[in-house]
Design a binder for this molecule. Structure first.
Ligand SMILES: [Zn+2]
Length: 158
């Protein structure tokens, strides 16, 4: 761990505290770095924006992608004050940074009242077993759009 990397994580931890102190949301902060430059920052903003998806990592990914004017974070490092929840884990994989550093882990988060273990358990369940029931419908109609995508010319793959 270099001093520079420690300074980026310190920034993420500072964002977790300032977001909490400002009442923006829970105590989570995230910094995204490319070539030793900060290109995106975020703190949990669920309360301030009435957005349940405004976790620190998602806010930082949106900020970084906007600044890069690109939909992927190739060659970037993510510094997050806490191990990502399943939603943010998914968002990170879609964004494709090169590495993720985290400080608190999910057990620390659970002790602070942010337990995301149930989401991992829900993933394993069938549609009808889930706490929020899922039901498939109108597959044939929806699938025609996929078929159009498959044959579509000049599409941007991501
Ligand atoms: Zn999250």
């Amino acid at each position: 761990m270099t001093e520079k990397q420690r300074s980026f994580m310190k920034m993420a931890i500072d964002l977790s505290r300032s977001g909490m102190d400002q009442g923006k949301g829970g105590p989570f902060g995230c910094v995204i770095v490319k070539n030793d430059q900060v290109i995106g920052i975020g703190s949990n903003s669920v309360l301030a924006t009435n957005d349940p998806t405004a976790h620190a990592e998602v806010v930082a990914i949106r900020d970084a992608c906007k600044n890069l004017d690109h939909f992927q974070l190739e060659g970037c490092e993510v510094y997050t004050s806490c191990e990502p929840c399943p939603m943010c884990l998914g968002a990170i994989y879609w964004a494709r940074p090169s590495k993720v550093f985290y400080a608190n882990d999910k057990n620390d988060a659970a002790e602070a009242g942010f337990d995301d273990q149930f989401i991992y358990e829900e993933i394993e369940m069938t549609d009808s077993e889930r706490r929020i029931p899922f039901q498939q419908m109108m597959k044939e109609e929806a699938k025609t759009v996929f078929e159009e995508w498959i044959t579509k010319q000049n599409k941007t793959l991501y």
